[in-house]
Design a protein around this ligand. Sequence first.
Ligand SMILES: Cc1cc2nc3c(=O)[nH]c(=O)nc-3n(C[C@H](O)[C@H](O)[C@H](O)COP(=O)(O)OP(=O)(O)OC[C@H]3O[C@@H](n4cnc5c(N)ncnc54)[C@H](O)[C@@H]3O)c2cc1C
Length: 309
Amino acid sequence: MNMADLSQTQTNIRGELLHNEPMSRHVSWRAGGNVKRFFKPVDLDDLRAFLPTVPANEPIMFVGLGSNLLIRDGGFSGSVVLTTPLLGGIALDANDARIVVAGAGAASPHVAKFAAKNHLGGAEWLAGVPGTIGGALAMNAGCYGTETWEQLVDCKTVDRQGQLHTRTAADFDIGYRHVELRHGRINETEWFVSARMRFEQGDAAVAQARIKELLAKRMASQPLDKPNAGSTFRNPPGDYAARLIESCGLKGFAIGGAQVSTKHANFIINTGSATAADIEAMIEHMQKTVREQTGVELIREVRIVGEHA
Ligand SMILES: Cc1cc2nc3c(=O)[nH]c(=O)nc-3n(C[C@H](O)[C@H](O)[C@H](O)COP(=O)(O)OP(=O)(O)OC[C@H]3O[C@@H](n4cnc5c(N)ncnc54)[C@H](O)[C@@H]3O)c2cc1C
């Protein structure tokens, strides 16, 4: 598609299309570069109309709450679609009151609270994951022994042509913080627009108390008052990344505005002026130090995309 075609088609787009948008506004680290085009669809039809207008060779990335994402300081020369304004609906399935239907832009903590209120148990863990359901699907987010895809009934995806597909776990290779389409690539050929998750019949008061307890635990152990992106590295089998990092004396170590949290060694906080380069340099320094001192190769959990400045 040439530029004339592109601008012609875009006149049919109703959502806001921004150019050169700073992604520091949209990621929880509050750092990083700009994206070439940033689209805020107004509804699913608008999203489906927008996707085919993006030139075939230009990458498209869906972004939720940016709680696991860093865009390098040189920026990302593709299109970002922000899911939070449009895909945030949460409801009970019409045929099965144990199934919650959530848009990919719904905040996971809202899903946890909705499930609890509707007397469902087993969704409490989502209250502590400050991302969207789309991000949870893409990352196979999990904690306290439960992972997103274990509770998934099915999900809907959209492709570049704007076509919708219903997918189940059988369509994906799913692992620890890893999800990939068997025939295609998630985040390149298809993106999540909604999910149906099954929980157990439970008690609202019990579930709400459990959420409170889990959040208090997190408040006590995580540096939630500073911009961060949660756990930087996956836990290696049978061990904890935080334990290994702390054992290497890295707590409090800083590179520019990026610092290893003194509260939780697997968290990197932005002390105020961090660039994406500071954060990435810190990630590499932590990996190198842990490798040299313990022999363990830490695998990054946070996603980093874009160009170096
Ligand atoms: C304080 C804190 C605590 C955390 N605790 C946990 C935890 O306990 N367990 C855990 O697993 N994670 C945890 N995280 C990490 C993060 O919250 C999760 O990975 C979350 O699921 C990411 O959701 P998001 O909407 O923020 O995704 P983003 O950061 O916006 O995106 C993450 C990745 O998913 C892709 N993506 C997003 N939406 C879609 C979509 N609709 N379709 C296709 N791809 C998409 C993005 O392109 C990107 O590659 C924590 C983060 C923080 C800041």
